[in-house]
Design a protein around this ligand. Structure first.
Ligand code: GTP
Ligand code: MG
Length: 149
């Protein structure tokens, strides 16, 4: 199959949505190949979201994503990248509640920032993000360098 990176964000962990989200993942025929719970530090969060570093919401995003632990998973399925994006729904959870009411973000998220889950947006992004957390690279974070819970 294909691999993608999924993350349950701090609002999903604190809001106790982990069990529902993992059940939904498995019911949707994904295999969870790897998973780890991490408390991201600011440096790691900034590296993960580097593409957004010039955006006005970037400081708020870093505050949010470092506010509590996250659960990071490598998912495997045919068309894993697009299937996971479809399952999580639009970025803005408040809009998702209207347009994609059965999506994970509609059911578990709150707004454009507190949207409960992350999904790689392309196979290229998926490769970068999986390496960032699960293989050692010079540029990225590595689980051995972070605070595994
Ligand atoms: P990810 O799967 O988390 O990458 O979300 P996405 O691909 O649907 O959205 P994008 O990559 O554009 O944005 C990354 C994250 O930044 C979003 O998931 C939100 O948590 C946050 N974000 C995006 N746009 C906004 C915004 O306009 N305001 C705020 N406060 N946060 C935003
Ligand atoms: Mg994105």
């Amino acid at each position: 199959g294909e691999r993608t990176l999924a993350m349950i964000k701090p609002d999903g962990i604190v809001g106790n949505h982990t069990h529902f989200i993992k059940t939904t993942i498995l019911a949707s025929s994904f295999t969870i190949l790897q998973e780890i719970t991490l408390q991201l530090d600011r440096h790691t969060a900034q590296g993960f979201y580097a593409e957004h570093s010039s955006r006005t919401f970037f400081p708020d995003l870093i505050d949010f994503i470092t506010s509590a632990p996250v659960l990071i998973m490598v998912l495997d399925k045919v068309s894993a990248v697009s299937d996971w994006r479809a399952l999580i729904g639009p970025t803005d959870a408040s809009k998702a509640k209207l347009t994609h009411p059965h999506s994970i973000r509609a059911m578990c998220g709150v707004n454009v920032q507190r949207n409960c889950v992350h999904g790689s947006d392309s196979t290229k992004s998926a490769a970068r993000e999986i390496s960032f957390f699960f293989n050692h690279t010079d540029s990225g974070g590595n689980v051995s360098e972070h605070d595994e819970l």
